[in-house]
Design a protein around this ligand. Sequence first.
Ligand code: SAM
Length: 235
Amino acid sequence: MSKIMLSKRLEKVAKYIPSTTEVLADIGSDHAYLPCYVCLQNPDIKAIAGEVNVGPSESAQAQVNQFGLTNRIDVRLGDGLSVLEPEEADCIVIAGMGGSLITSILENGKSKLSNVNRLILQPNIDAQSIREFAVDHQYQIVDEQILDEDGYIYEIVVLEPSEDHVQYSDKELFLGPILLKTKGEVFYRKWRNVLQKKEKIIEQMKRSSNISEQKLNLFTQQTHWIKEEIGSDNS
Ligand code: SAM
């Protein structure tokens, strides 16, 4: 077998891997689809497929064996970036998890990031925590994507280390500094849905006797930001 079909989501993630990458680490790599695809496309890349769970790790190893890539892809069982040696990887992908889990994997493995030129992160939810990680650890957001696959909306956030302190407004952290510029149909759809949900929650909070003013103010502010950006445009 010499070809692998990636999901639209992982294909978009793969496009962000620089062709100059020497060692790609895919953390949370059940089936190792992404590293197999990348290694079949680019003969110069090596990869590490990290997995914390035995079953998915065995599936990843089986996939790597099937594609005859055992000399280029190392499947390693372990938590987050602990599977990496310091300075081993120069590009890291963490995809298909919640934003806060991705952030905690990066926080716990900070010592493994010193040689990394690019982090390609695909949170299923809570992309804001990724953007906050960028600010806290001096990464700039170099690109963002939003896409729909099988009715689910995913975001991709691409980070690179920055020389300077990076600053984004609270609104940019919430909606995405680049997505705010590019928007697009999926962006409008996602935020229309979020707006509806938040407005319902605000109504319920206002009726509640046990109201958290702080949460109410935050949600109200967020609904203002969403309205500012999607307006009545249904494109
Ligand atoms: N990255 C693939 C993708 O985007 O399609 C797989 C996503 S799958 C939903 C998440 C995978 O991450 C699971 O196989 C899970 O076992 C693994 N995982 C979760 N926490 C992890 C951690 N701390 N370190 C390594 N792998 C982890």
